[in-house]
Design a protein around this ligand. Structure first.
Ligand code: FAD
Length: 439
């Protein structure tokens, strides 16, 4: 039985929920420890505040999010400001907390720096390639198009949970993300889109053009339908990420009337339990990301974790290696080699990558600080997983694309998030099936 998606082709990652749950039980604490207890994985550098939404104007975006969501919750006027959506979506503490800078002073002489970090930059001795945009990237590097290098944010101090961000702004972002999935549309559809963008008067030319293209496509035996494995993978990835975010906000939910935080069963029922395919997509993402971490096993064995404290760095490395080792054990739960195999693979892959980059750019349209933070972390995490799956060759050294520190941090935190979602979804399921009620 293929439990990831009963009707799916085996190639999508066909493995039972039970197998994945068992694996998750094994790595859960290890992963939560890595993401919550180590400096390396709990600080993330990103440009959270200085980038504008590149797809629609800011005024529109602002109206859609904080302001509107506050207005739409009628009882908000009656509750302390700290529980209002606007407050909830803010980051905790100083927004750009830098990890301790004692590094430089305490660094033993025999541990040479690996990169040109410049004076006073002691946060890591890992070479960061943030200035370079590699065309094999699936995400837009965080500092693209902005002057600064971004801020450090503590992921531990700013947990992903209910923020109250909703309404038109949030929907606009989700809609735009799902629209990116239209890339493998029929040739006719793509032409239809072109006609929408074409100047009025160009329609006749368009329809002539369509006839020619369709004829050519038929002659070459090209598919005119819009279903292909890669398109489904893209959709499942986005839907799985959406489902994971929903699971967290339902799990760590604020009852704005009582002021209590607790799991919200109704929220889970409506958003996930009643849509089993969304849960299936979460499992799919788990399989995909954990395979990427497994594929990095060798790379991680020689990776230098360099925060400030050699003891902690050794401990971080040991935990990461243990994680990658467990994830490398059979059965392999995702087979990336089945994708991008047909003759149009090069174009398809390029398209897939560009679509995903657009999803990454869309994160600047998210109008709530915490949601944007976690949206960016997770999109970068999935982007990194895709890069590892489709651009890395484990057997080659030196020819693989560079791996930024932020990518590795995002990858492990994203796996940590899905792992937590799976555990939360299981608890919700068990409670629902046992007829229990959460407060
Ligand atoms: P939404 O979740 O907004 O969904 C919109 C529509 O998409 C639904 O009506 C449904 O048709 C479809 N849909 C829903 N789920 C799926 C799925 N898994 N697969 C396919 N289709 C689906 N809110 C928080 O409280 N905390 C956060 O940390 C947070 N992070 C966010 C990050 C991003 C990037 C975005 C865009 C939003 C975030 N939000 C967060 C807002 C949250 O995701 C919802 O938009 C909000 O709670 C309103 O939910 P909704 O019920 O209106 O449906």
């Amino acid at each position: 039985k293929c439990a990831i998606e009963p009707s799916a082709m085996v190639s999508d990652a066909c493995i039972s929920y039970g197998t994945v749950n068992k694996l998750n039980d094994e790595i859960y604490s290890l992963l939560q420890g890595l993401t919550h207890e180590t400096d390396f994985f709990s600080y993330y550098r990103l440009n959270l505040f200085n980038k504008e939404c590149p797809f629609w104007n800011d005024a529109n975006s602002m109206c859609g999010n904080i302001a509107c969501s506050v207005n739409t919750i009628e009882s908000e006027e009656d509750i302390p400001p700290i529980w209002r959506a606007e407050e909830l979506s803010k980051l905790e503490g100083p927004k750009a907390k830098h990890p301790p800078r004692k590094v430089q002073a305490e660094r033993p002489k025999e541990r040479p720096l690996q990169g040109k970090l410049g004076e006073g930059v002691g946060e890591s001795c890992v070479v960061e390639y943030d200035d370079e945009c590699d065309d094999r990237d699936y995400c837009v590097p965080e500092d693209e198009g902005s002057a600064g290098k971004g801020d450090y944010v503590s992921l531990v101090d700013n947990p992903e949970r209910f923020t109250g961000y909703s309404g038109a702004g949030a929907h606009m972002v989700w809609d735009a993300i799902y629209r990116e999935n239209c890339f493998m549309k029929t040739i006719a559809d793509q032409l239809e889109d072109q006609s929408l963008n074409a100047p009025i008067g160009g329609l006749q030319a368009f329809s002539d053009f369509r006839d020619v293209i369709q004829k050519e496509a038929r002659l070459e035996g090209l598919p005119l339908d819009n279903e292909c494995l890669e398109k489904r993978v893209f959709h499942r990835l986005i839907s799985g990420m959406h489902a994971s975010i929903s699971t967290h906000l339902c799990w760590d939910y604020l009852n704005q009337t009582t002021g209590q935080w607790h799991p919200n069963m109704q929220c889970f029922k409506e958003r996930l339990y009643d849509h089993p395919e969304r849960i299936s997509n979460m499992y799919f993402n788990y399989a995909l990301v954990s395979r990427a971490v497994a594929k990095l096993r060798k790379h991680l064995q020689s990776y230098t974790f360099c925060t400030s404290d050699p003891e902690q760095d050794a401990d971080t490395k040991e935990r990461v290696n243990q994680l990658a080792e467990i994830l490398s054990r059979p059965p392999q739960i995702f087979d990336e080699n089945l994708m991008f195999q047909d003759p149009s693979a090069v174009v398809l892959k390029e398209d897939f990558r560009n679509r995903f980059r657009n999803v990454s750019r869309l994160m600047d349209c998210v109008g709530c600080d915490k949601c944007r933070l976690w949206g960016k972390v997770q999109v970068n995490g999935y982007g990194t997983a895709l890069k590892v799956l489709f651009e890395y060759d484990e057997t080659k050294n030196g020819e693989n694309p560079p791996m930024r520190r932020t990518e590795l941090v995002a990858l492990i935190n994203t796996l940590g998030r899905i792992s937590h979602s799976l555990a939360a979804a299981r608890s919700f399921h068990e409670a629902i099936e046992a007829g229990e009620e959460y407060p």
